[in-house]
Design a protein around this ligand. Structure first.
Ligand code: FMN
Length: 382
């Protein structure tokens, strides 16, 4: 790889120091997508890879951490959900395994932040609103990922171009811009807004290191920026997904039919995953409490992992749900993670060079002063 950003210059930002990485590029935690292999590939390439820990069982998470540690000694992260029922045990696992960065889909509480920071971890929640950034900054997190509305998965309504400057102006900690990034121009623009780097989900999902099958990647590649939708139908919280069969059905079906669809998928998920019903119900009730969901949405929430897993891992794009950012419409290839990181850094260097005016040529010395200096030279040499 070409040597870029070797510890100085505008592309070497505060997050390079904070995370201990070469480049200000983060591959986010994505359920069923950012597995150990993708995380190891991004981390080895000089970015920050993050394992999607929330959808893994405890033992799967431990194996994923070991896999990455066996392949790189560079720092990497694990994404968790702060309200998981075994979150304390998972936090302990991160601490004991020497994981350096804890990423959160929902804001962690003060006690969780304190525990992680006391153990020397860097804590980085993802947020979708300025007031959330202010809250977690006051609680002591080290940086925030700010996701604008065009981003994939759970997302807010404010686009990155407005949310990012709002948050940069509101907090003193490093801000990482997410939602809509895919190239070097985006990286430079985020830095111009005052961010310290970019985080990408959809772009990293569409690399050869992600576990999503080529057939499913082809479906994504065929989509335009208009082929995504933000829906409440999956778990009651707005999520950006591809406009596809299941979502259309869920959006258009009514009362009992919706409930029936939700229940059928929940049963299928329970069978496939072996997750105890008690845990599914507990998590559903937790979602109901934290997101003020109705009962139909609670059943949908229990069902959400099934919908993702079916499409992303089992290739059942007909019955599953495909989370995505709008940026999917600007992506038309499947590079490796390393190629992607290298391309973004080289593009960013080129953009910066284009924006930086070439130094003006030194002015010609005036005749008189030339004569004078020539005489001076003569005078000194003779
Ligand atoms: C398939 C998929 C799954 C995701 N799962 C998670 C998740 O488990 N936890 C999380 O914090 N964010 C999740 N996200 C959001 C991403 O981490 C990231 O913030 C978002 O994709 C950024 O927008 P972009 O897709 O435009 O790059 C997911 C996104 C996608 C596309």
């Amino acid at each position: 790889m070409t040597v870029l950003n070797s510890g100085t210059g505008p592309l070497h930002t505060r997050i390079c120091e904070l995370f201990g990485v070469k480049y200000p590029i983060v591959q986010t935690g994505m359920g069923y997508v950012s597995d150990a292999r993708l995380t190891a590939a991004t981390t080895t390439a000089g970015g920050l890879g993050i394992i999607a820990g929330a959808m893994l069982t405890y033992d799967e998470l431990r194996s994923a951490i070991d896999y990455v540690k066996d392949r790189t000694d560079q720092p990497f992260g694990v994404n968790l959900r702060a309200n998981q029922d075994d979150i304390d045990r998972r936090i302990k696992l991160l601490i004991q395994s020497g994981v350096k960065i804890a990423s959160f889909a929902l804001a962690p509480n003060q006690a969780q932040i304190g525990r992680l920071k006391d153990a020397g971890l860097v804590v980085v929640p993802s947020i979708g609103a300025r007031r959330h950034a202010e809250k977690v900054a006051a609680w002591g997190v080290d940086a925030v990922v700010v996701q604008g509305g065009e981003g994939g998965g759970h997302t807010g309504a404010v686009p990155t171009s407005l949310l990012l400057p709002q948050v940069v102006d509101a907090v003193d900690i490093p801000v990482i811009a997410a939602g809509g990034y895919f190239d070097g121009r985006g990286l430079v623009s985020a830095l111009a807004y005052g961010a310290d780097g970019i985080a990408m989900g959809t772009r990293f999902m569409l690399t050869s290191d992600s576990p999503v099958s080529q057939a499913v990647k082809d479906v994504y590649l065929s989509k335009s920026v208009n082929d995504t939708v933000v829906t409440l139908e999956i778990d009651g919280v707005p999520q950006r997904v591809l406009r596809a069969g299941t979502i259309d059905q869920l959006e258009s079906s009514h009362g009992p039919t919706r409930m029936l669809r939700a229940a059928r998928n929940a049963i299928a998920f329970q069978r496939l995953s072996g997750t105890p019903w008690s845990r599914l119900i507990r998590e559903g009730l937790e979602m109901r409490k934290s997101h003020e969901l109705g009962w139909r949405q609670v059943v949908m929430a229990a069902n959400a992992p099934m919908l993702y897993r079916s499409a992303l891992l089992d290739g059942r794009t007909d019955i599953g749900v495909m989370a995505t950012g709008q940026v999917v419409g600007l992506i038309d290839d499947i590079p490796s993670s390393a190629e992607l990181v290298e391309r973004i850094m080289q593009d960013a260097e080129a953009v910066l060079a284009r924006l930086t005016p070439a130094p003006a040529p030194a002015p010609e010395p005036e005749l008189d002063s030339r004569v004078l200096s020539a005489e001076n030279v003569k005078g000194t040499t003779n």
